[in-house]
Design a protein around this ligand. Sequence first.
Ligand code: ADP
Ligand code: MG
Length: 327
Amino acid sequence: ATPTAVMVGTGVGAQYGILIKGGKALETAHKTSAVLFDKTGTITTGKMAVTSHKILVSESEMADSKFLELVSIAETSSEHPIAKAIVQYCQYRLDNLTPPTTSNSNSNNNGRSEEIIFPTNKLKEMAKDFKAIPGRGLECIVDGCKVMIGNLSYINENGINQQDDHLSKQILELESNGATVVYVVVDDKLVGYVSVSDLPRQDSARAIELLHSIGIKCFMVTGDNCRTAKYIASRVGIPESNIFSQVAPKEKADKVKQLQDMGHTVCFVGDGINDSPALSQADVGVSIADTGTDIAIESSSIILLKNSLCDVYQSIHLSRIVFRRIR
Ligand code: ADP
Ligand code: MG
């Protein structure tokens, strides 16, 4: 392609809200044979909402209000999108209000129903020795009690077992319906769980259909468990064999490498701080403007301003026009 064609290509991209950082990115995009999508905040809206919570010990051991209080104090210091949803939910419940629900429509207030701002400064001070464990959960001290909140791998690693068959069945059911379940452990005892969910963006399924139509293979990677991952993948048309679940933040880039070693030119689409090594490792790194963290956007060569995964297809299509026709 001539320099003029490249300039016209990036110009057309910009007109459609596809920001391409330089000619090299536009060129590489036309060779893409596999697209690896991050799940949370990329395929899904990232606007999580708690769907339910359950206390697994007696009322005298842990009253509902005590549980909600403990959990919101612990999660206030976390930056994870799950934490924000949990804090909101607990505060609504403590005030006897109906918590917001999740939605993937673009119209109503960024996809979440009405949201009240709660003053959380005071809660934050009540948690001591806070530690975030990436891809796992958190740990802190509240009221002299050791609180751990996170996924199954996290609590298992800390020697907490959840062996009740009835409970396992409940959780399996929630996860198979797309929820992410996090466990609440106080002083090394499992006291309850919180179920959080997040829906695919409205046009994610269409985007994957478009990519498949031009012979591109689509994959998904997530730190989340396999059942939740499977549910979201099935909703958007990603084959079960193309899911990488329970992937530690540090290992997302290895999955990109794995696909490259299979001979693929890989486009990685992500949003989180966790995603930046994978975005750099990929032949083409793409991030979405709305959920994209600064570091993810910085590590990307293409930024989608309209927040639609269909623009991954558009980017490749544009690159194909510039680099295949005019040579
Ligand atoms: P993803 O790759 O899907 O964006 P992460 O790697 O960030 O997910 O997190 C993986 C899992 O770790 C979450 O699904 C959740 O179970 C657990 N987790 C992380 N942070 C928290 C937190 N603050 N509270 C509860 N669970 C958490
Ligand atoms: Mg993400």
